[in-house]
Write a protein that binds this ligand. Structure first.
Ligand code: SF4
Length: 410
């Protein structure tokens, strides 16, 4: 049975079936179905409505906000009622562990359906960083991972267009590795405190000041900064890259705290910069120790963008993929993830038998992408949403990335 759903107002739209019978008045039909299904399938976590609401606020958006944000006159799609019901159930099956209700899923379902149809029509692949919201990760993403893993994924993708649901430097890396493809970034405000802490000119000055040092740049930097570097690195392979460089002196950019963490593990002289990730610099070692005493047996996994004191208080320090592998292979039941909240949500969905405890921090930049701007970028990208880089920058940045591949594949 077909009915017209305006994603402009989510499910709250009156429409007529092909036989002329009103099938949906102010969303009552679908809302009633949502309630019926919700009664049948209570959230497994047993969270209260208030807790569920807090969780969604933590995720950076509410169902109402997304629906309101999606108000655009041209966002009309012909969707069958049973398609919407099936999509809402599919979503609910994933996000119920986060306290989302079936009603929430009915609000998101028309948008995720429309995006999923459109990406096929437009020959696009959607890559989502683990810090994106659950509606993006479980609703529309083809691949989820860290920035480096996603860029590699982009290389093997057959599609002509890449929609990168992450921040700008990540979309740029995808463009550097896939210059022939169109790379789209849904939010033009998705920056990063680390990548914005340094310019290409700063790197040139550092090279002049330390002419014998090799320059290793963390991938969380803009393309022109990568282009001035000798090699790139990720949070996972930073040590391997530093050790593999021929120089005894390494300029490690731009994360001051990661540079300190690397300096503790190498004999090489590390020269740092003053960049910081606003999400990871805020964690406090004393609070982490308090979580350990409250949860005996908890495993504390820390991102290497945190302070050395926080790293010292951990069971593992690394990047997001290191943390996921650790959880996968560990017999422990409780974990604290000292990183962005999105990863904890992903782990709650993917490992429901494990418990994620403690606190996390939100990245405001990562949360700038939403279903509304993803739909819009797929329909008709604005110039500033299309990632373009000068050929010379692409070539030089590719060399720095290739150096990383060379040093880490040994
Ligand atoms: S989490 Fe930190 S490094 Fe990642 S995008 Fe946000 S500010 Fe940048």
């Amino acid at each position: 049975m077909g009915f017209s759903v305006s994603t402009a107002s989510g499910i709250a739209t009156a429409a007529k079936s092909p036989r002329g019978k009103t099938m949906l008045v102010e969303g009552k039909v679908v809302a009633a179905e949502a309630k019926r299904l919700q009664r049948k399938a209570k959230p497994a976590t047993g969270k209260t409505a208030t807790e569920a609401e807090k969780q969604r606020e933590k995720d950076g958006q509410t169902a109402e906000a997304t629906t309101a944000e999606a108000e655009r006159p041209h966002a009309k799609a012909e969707l069958a009622e049973d398609e919407v019901v099936a999509e809402a159930k599919r979503l609910y099956d994933k996000v119920k562990h986060l306290g989302w209700s079936m009603e929430d899923c009915f609000v998101y379902a028309p948008l995720t359906l429309e995006i999923n149809k459109l990406k096929k029509e437009k020959d696009a692949i959607i890559l989502a960083h683990s810090y994106q919201t659950p509606d993006i990760i479980y609703g529309i993403a083809d691949f989820v991972g860290d920035s480096y893993g996603l860029s590699k994924q982009a290389c093997s993708a057959k599609q002509k267009t890449i929609v990168f649901c992450g921040v700008r430097f990540m979309a740029e890396t995808a463009k550097i590795l896939n210059p022939e493809k169109t790379v789209l970034l849904p939010s033009t405000e998705a920056g990063c405190s680390l990548s914005e802490s340094i310019t290409a000119e700063d790197v040139r000055e550092m090279r002049e000041k330390h002419p014998h040092a090799g320059i290793v740049t963390y991938v969380n930097t803009n393309a022109d900064v990568k282009a001035e570097s000798d090699a790139c690195c990720t949070s996972t392979n930073a040590m391997k890259v530093v050790e593999g460089m021929p120089q005894k002196e390494i300029i490690f950019l731009p994360d001051e705290l990661m540079a300190k963490n690397v300096a503790k593990l190498t004999r090489k002289k590390i020269i740092g910069w003053r960049g910081r990730c606003i999400v990871h610099e805020d964690f406090d070692a004393e609070k982490i120790k308090a979580i350990r005493s409250m949860h005996p047996g908890v495993k504390i996994l820390v991102h290497t963008e945190c302070t050395p004191e926080v790293v010292d208080a951990s069971d593992l320090a690394g990047g997001t993929e290191n943390m996921i592998s650790y959880i996968k292979s560990s017999d422990a039941k409780q974990f604290m993830l000292v990183t962005e909240c999105g990863l904890g949500d992903r782990m709650r969905v993917e490992f429901p038998e494990k418990e994620i405890v403690g606190t996390c921090n939100l990245c405001p930049y990562m949360k700038k992408n939403n279903l509304k701007n993803i739909l819009s970028v797929l329909k008709e990208p604005r110039k500033e949403q299309i990632v373009e880089l000068p050929e010379e920058i692409i070539e030089k940045a590719q060399k720095a990335l290739n150096k990383m591949f060379e040093l880490t594949q040994k």
